[in-house]
Design a protein around this ligand. Sequence first.
Ligand code: IFM
Length: 457
Amino acid sequence: MTPELVIPPGFQCGVATSAWQIEGDSAGRGPSIWDDFAAKPGTIIDATTADPACDHIAHLDDDLDWLTWLGIDAYRFSISWPRVQPTGQGAFSPHGIDFYNRLIDGLIKRGIEPVATLYHWDLPSALGDQGGWLERDTCERFADYSQRMAEEFGDRVGRWATLNEPWVSAYLGYAAGIHAPGITDPNSAMTAAFHLMLAHGLAMPRLRAAQARNCGIVLNLIPTLPEDEQPETMAASAHIDRLHNQFFLDLLAGRGVSDGLRKSLAQFTDFAFVGDDDLSTIAAPIDWIGENYYTVNRVRGLPASTPLSQVETQVLSAYPGCPPAQFKPREPRSDMGWEVVPAGLTSILHTMATALPGTPIWITENGAAMGDVHDGPHVHDPLRMDYLRSHIEAALQARDEGVDVRGYFAWSLLDNIEWAEGMTKRFGIFAVDPVTQQRTPKDSAHWYRDLLAARQA
Ligand code: IFM
């Protein structure tokens, strides 16, 4: 029999969301690159746009009450940059700032710690039009915006993340082109990845100057698992690991851009975008690091002569320069096609602890898109429940083995817009009726609530 899952004292538990995925009310803010991307035919699988999403702006009080019902310790949300500063520079919007004051005050009143992410992919369109993350100026604008947010909310936000998953912004947005801004150019992806990290580094001292507490960054590191030991598999796996994991960890740890990475990408870039002081700027000490964990990359290399048509180019294009390879996810898989591997979480937590010793880790997202069964007033989601349970266990295993893991946030509170997948993939522990916007806790929400309530017993 599986031993009962017990949350240890002091281990922070919460749920996470992001602005563009839930807020709605796009009229109340400036446009973002995701609005522009979604407006192009064929980009979002079901043509979903930002409205109404979960109409969270209008349902703020309900949603806060559901957070109380869950009994969580902390809520991770993102601030929509174009809601608080419609063009990403110059004037701030009192109306936008007021919304986040209401959210933050509502959390504090309920005894829930606010954990704010400053950038979860919704770059103001005006900055996108000027080149977005290809321009160094965007990094400076991000630092200005971050400081202002800390000045507004720093007295109440318990923890700050500069960026959410810079790998996704850079590589899905600028290499694979399946996320905003929809560019497919390897050099642009590398430039964007670097500038995102520079923006993080520039924001850190500005946050601290404005008295923000506990400042860090959220990555989505993915363990790379070679399917065999053939040289082509090992080469492809190493390439993917360098781009997805090592690049970000090395920069944060002050190790700069490795020779291996420079060599792997030499055909695309000479790294001229790396300025003299940038590496030390990016390596500014962080107070914590977040990991959004979902799956592993199981890789099998293919002979160099393999015709491109036999390679899964759509996914592989997110790793420019990768030798021919296939991703080989095994069963069980989520509705995203992502293999379910709780042990991968334990292993990536060890990787992080080794790369950034002494840095506390939070699992800032973890969850699964799985089919739900609607049954009268009930929504059954046994697979999501198993997923959450097994991954919390995997996190606690790493903790027992000495990794400084401080907490866990389930992704996500609500069924929401899954980016290019629109509303077709559901990650929520609450179902949201698309017509009435009524929230219904799924079995997984009841289970999470009971798990957290058992702590006081
Ligand atoms: O929905 C996303 C979220 O915005 C960032 N992390 C991964 C989730 C699932 O794809």
